[in-house]
Ligand binder design. Structure first.
Ligand code: NAD
Length: 417
């Protein structure tokens, strides 16, 4: 039996994925509203397959509990999937992890050995230098009374179910074999390579992955700016030709999508994880210049978009923003470039901004309460504006290019030829 703490994108997928594999899973979250929705069979965000899987497993293999004691008593392994947002200085906020550990350990009765698995993304050395001492201060000897491992998650939003069920690799960070073995046995049926490594190595592998993706995007974005400043360069064609290099072949085709220009990366992972690794490196006396550049270019992209629009559109005119989610097929608006870009336009005095997104309007409105208008469909937005700014590469904008292209288009996702 397994308990999953934190039922967001990662935790809910993990809980349902293990239920699908035949485990009995308890799910626990402190967000009452989220729990109520889930217990009624509704998921609080958009993610393909999860609604069906929730309704298939709810109250059969997957039980959502109010009482953490019941879950802990009956589980051998407890996955922590709580958030690790950025603090002001860019470091990872570990408060949710510590709070969850405090609640879990309050339910553990020695000598019942339980293994804690940190699935949340935390900077290298956090499990060994912060979490282990924290647990030991609560009166548990790690490796003796309680097992401690980490198991970074690599799923992509929009593909959470497919990525969780068919991972490329499983990484388990361990300090002692017994706990690592527990976690490895849970993943046996996934039939993928399992790497048991040190705690720091497992944490590092996750950041290696996310900061590479962020750097690829910033590389492509910086190149697009160089090309724009030089002029008369077909940026989309240039990247398409770049992708024809034989050395890309065999690389998952999705990898090339990160080497493609846009208006900056966003979402819950790349910005915060890149900032956290920069912060962690600085704390350890190393200044990571390339990653600092990755973040700087990401900010520059958003400023470029604002200045580019401002250079070509007068303040009185109406501007249509197409796309609010940080990427297509998602309603996640956390750290979305659209927020900074709209903010920038508002600061420059643009008051007539109308935004449309196929999926993320409500989420965006609730999270940011910006003084702009929203349009419930593309057609009505197009009826009101002369200029459109594409900030998310939704298929809908590609399918409706004929009507969109009648306007003055700022295609910052390079979707059109
Ligand atoms: N979203 C992704 O694509 C993704 C991918 C890989 C890894 N990650 C990492 O996984 C972690 C979770 O990300 P997410 O997107 O699922 O976050 P999320 O914000 O969607 O979910 C976190 C959940 O944890 C709950 N929570 C917080 N404190 C709790 C506590 N003490 N007890 C019980 N529940 C608690 C919150 O209420 C929330 O529902 C983060 O560290 C993130 O970096 C995210």
């Amino acid at each position: 039996m397994i308990t999953v703490i934190g039922l967001g994108f990662v935790g809910l997928t993990t809980a349902l994925g293990f239920s699908d594999k035949g485990y009995s899973v308890y799910g626990y979250d402190i967000d009452q509203k989220k729990k109520e929705m889930l217990t009624k069979g509704n998921i609080p965000f958009y993610e393909p397959y999860l609604n069906e899987k929730l309704n298939q497993h709810l109250n059969i293999g997957f039980k959502i509990v109010d009482d953490l004691q019941e879950a802990v008593d009956n589980s051998e392994v407890i996955f922590l999937c709580v958030g690790t947002p950025s603090k002001i200085d860019g470091s990872a906020h570990l408060g949710y992890i510590f709070d969850a550990i405090k609640s879990i350990t309050a339910c553990i009765k020695k000598p019942n050995f339980k293994v804690l698995v940190i699935k949340s993304t935390i900077p290298p050395s956090t499990t060994s230098e912060r979490i282990k001492p924290y647990i030991e201060n609560l009166g548990f000897k790690v490796g003796v009374d309680i097992g401690l491992t980490n198991n970074p998650e690599f799923l992509r939003e929009g593909y959470a179910w497919e990525d969780f069920m068919n991972p490329d690799r499983i990484v388990i960070g361990q300090e002692e074999d017994k706990s690592g073995q527990y976690v490895e046995s849970i993943y046996q049926s996934f039939n993928v390579p399992i790497y048991r490594v040190s705690l720091n190595t497992a944490e590092f592998i996750k950041y290696l992955s996310n900061t590479l993706l962020a750097t690829l995007i910033s590389f492509a974005n910086e190149q697009s700016l160089i090309a724009k400043y030089i002029g008369d360069i077909d940026i989309k064609k240039s990247f398409q030709v770049l992708h024809l290099d034989k050395r890309w072949f065999g690389a998952p085709s999705n990898m090339t999508s990160y080497v493609y220009p846009g208006c900056g990366f966003g979402g819950y992972c790349l910005p915060k994880d890149t900032m956290a690794l920069v912060n962690q490196a600085l704390k350890n006396s190393y200044s990571p210049e390339l990653l600092k550049g990755t973040l700087n270019v990401n900010e520059t992209m958003k400023e470029f978009v604002v200045n580019d629009v401002a250079g070509k559109v007068t303040e009185k005119e109406h501007i249509g923003i197409l796309g609010l989610a940080f990427k297509p097929n998602s309603n996640d608006i956390r750290d979305t470039p659209a927020k900074s870009i709209i903010d920038g336009l508002l600061r420059k005095g643009y008051k007539n901004i109308i935004a449309y997104d196929p999926m993320a309007i409500e989420e965006f409105k609730e999270a940011y309460s910006l003084p702009i208008e929203y349009s419930s469909d593309l057609k009505s937005l197009l009826a009101k504006v002369n200029h459109v700014v594409i900030l998310t590469a939704w298929d809908e904008f590609l399918l409706n290019q004929e009507s969109i292209k009648k306007k003055n288009v700022f295609d910052y996702r390079y979707i059109y030829d």
